[in-house]
Write a new protein. Structure first.
Length: 170
């Protein structure tokens, strides 16, 4: 957002980038632009005004391929989960300690308010390791027993392991 404002533009949030491009093309709004992929611009017949608009050259976007059946992750893997803890001192520390106790490296943690309960938060956590590893399985079991809500999103190849393209998704 900072970069947009420095350029003298007013930023408006939108639910997704391709949807912003689609709606911009359909509504034909003058003096309005969307930050989206080149594919979205081509798909919706929009003119590309500028490439490389990101604030940081290292910006990335993660996408999940979801299915009904789990696939085994090979190579360097990450595991993602979402959970809530009790609203009391040390609850999150104890959950994260389950990773530390098994020498599993935490790579990301985010929190969002849990809309179903006041003063509770959803924690989105990624850590290195695959669900097929014994220590990861033990950590997941221990963590889920400490949480009031727990959802395992799954394990997947780390971007550090390969440069993913459409032929390499597993």
């Amino acid at each position: 957002m900072r970069h947009i404002e420095e350029e003298g533009f007013e930023a408006k949030e939108y639910y997704d980038t391709a949807g912003a491009a689609r709606d911009l093309a359909a509504l034909k709004m003058p003096f309005t632009a969307a930050i989206a992929s080149e594919l979205a611009a081509k798909t919706y017949g929009l003119e590309i005004l500028r490439r490389g608009f990101e604030d940081l050259d290292t910006n990335t976007t993660r996408f999940f391929v979801m299915g009904r059946e789990a696939r085994k992750c090979t190579g360097m893997c990450k595991t993602s989960m979402i959970f809530t803890t009790e609203h009391k001192p040390g609850a999150l520390f104890k959950v994260l300690g389950e990773l530390s106790d098994r020498n599993l490296n935490l790579t990301k943690i985010e929190s969002r308010p849990f809309t179903k309960e006041m003063w509770h938060y959803l924690f989105f956590v990624d850590f290195e390791g695959s669900g097929s590893e014994k220590r990861v399985g033990k950590a997941i079991n221990a963590i889920s027993s400490r949480c009031s809500y727990f959802k395992l999103l799954g394990s997947y190849r780390s971007a550090n392991d390969v440069e993913l393209n459409s032929n390499q998704l597993t």
